[in-house]
Design a protein around this ligand. Sequence first.
Ligand code: ADP
Ligand code: MG
Length: 582
Amino acid sequence: MSNIIKILPDTLANQIAAGEVIQRPASVIKELVENSIDAKATSITVNIKDGGRTLIQVTDNGIGMSPDDARLAFERHATSKISVLDDLFNINTKGFRGEALASIASVAQIELVTKQKDDQIGTLVVLEGSKIIKIENCQSIVGTNISVRNLFFNVPARRKFLKTDSTEFGHIIDEFQRIAIAHSNVELKLINNDNIVYNLPSQSLKERIVAIFENSFRKQLVDVKTDAGFINVYGYVSNPQNSTKTNFKQFFFVNNRFFRSAYFNKAIQLAYDKLMPEGCKPNYFLFFEIDPQRIDVNIHPTKTEINFEDANSIFNLLVSVIRKSLTHFDFVPSLDFENAPVVNLILQNDKKFNNKGNETFYNETNIHSQIDSLSKNKSFSENKIFDSIQSQENQSLSKQFLVLKNKYILTPVKSGVLFVELKEAFKQIKYEELINKSDVGRTSIPSIYPITLIFLIEEAKEFDKIRKELEQIGFEFLNVNEQTVNIIALPPFVKPDNAQQLILNLIHISLLTEVNVKSIEKHEIVREIVLSENYENITIQSNMEAQEIINKLFACKSHQYTFDGKLIMKILNFEEIEQLLK
Ligand code: ADP
Ligand code: MG
């Protein structure tokens, strides 16, 4: 038998890798401009010819490269950005794989001129299809100037797949806009066939958005800002009245990196629920700042999806913060939110929810053990509510609860009086109990009388899509005909009276869902279950009961805002009380 395995020559290996990183001129621009930003450039110019097909030139005033680095930069896995595995979990630069320049060089003709601040003379490197054909000293200003000519000149099959110049130019604009919004402090210029397309000075985010899109955006942008401890969310969303059916602008960034998320997009749609005319979509420009360790860093350069460890909490936070921002903009008089800044009380320690059944957890816990676990977490040390409750080691104080009209629980805390809205507290407690229940679906209770669901044709089709999810949580159905189904058993946490409406609501949510997303998610089912209940007749009989509710509430991951954005608690501090009594 003869051997048949061969090691691919480097050039071919690079070309194969290039197929993944460099799909079209826009991807070259993304990689080059990101390199300039990583090199701390404050001014970057992108100059293209013929949709980037014949020339892509990026000039920056960044830190430049030494002569050796200028040569090494084009080797595969050549990067200055990570050196040990741990770095991989703490990435603060755009690039880190050391693949981009090697990939681009394997499929184009390149000329690089670069110089560092302390060097007298710069370096010129000329490459063609991965091979260095010239490397010499040259005159240069500080920074880097890289020209990429005749992309895919040596890969005709890929060159053929490029679309018309104007289509490629469209992709370039998309990419350029994302970078420009993510880095409004960087001066950016785009020149196409000698015409200036964008000439953007260093400016605020708002000014940048207005400069890129249209002047009318200035009036319609609503400020969004919240610090939830594990994540900072800020940016702008559009006034619901300015939402449009087409041509809407929707941008998510995490640590200044553009990403797409059908899931978070749904959170925003939910926040605008009923505020927008049917079929309209809002504009949004939202930035997440999060510890890189809490996202999946091993992001493929061409992929724009990112995995978040705390996707569920972020979803809820988005709904609540956007609703709140829209309310503040006082064109939504019907919603009633507090002026209080969002105080960080979202628990970061998720494990206790996953490892134990909820019942046991709730029984074991009380505010004080809750505080113990909180205080192990440094980021909570500055938290006001937390501090005030922590200081109440004095047991007798923490046992004083006042229940008003079966609507509010009041209890003294160090900085004033804590008000808890009972109905909202119940909702959130129930929501988190169900969300964290691992045995959802083990039990079904047969319905005493069949509950009949009669669907429209569209609804019947959608019902088929979500039926399995519903059966998993304990529903059982019997088909009567194509548009009629009987519910013959229900999960114990759904009241028979609410079942019909609940399922219809879920079908309607599923109908709203974008095609490529799972039609319904657990948190949506739970949300509807919790919302379908009536909380008007809650009664609290004893101090013990009040204490238990407060304990349960503090065991929730989110205890200041409910999953649907309602305020659960607020502290009236002594200054406010004084003001009140003046
Ligand atoms: P990565 O960005 O993943 O490190 P690249 O192939 O994009 O890999 O770049 C390789 C290296 O070349 C970078 O790590 C950086 O040191 C250097 N480099 C690339 N572009 C520039 C630039 N515009 N200014 C300074 N250094 C650069
Ligand atoms: Mg790079």
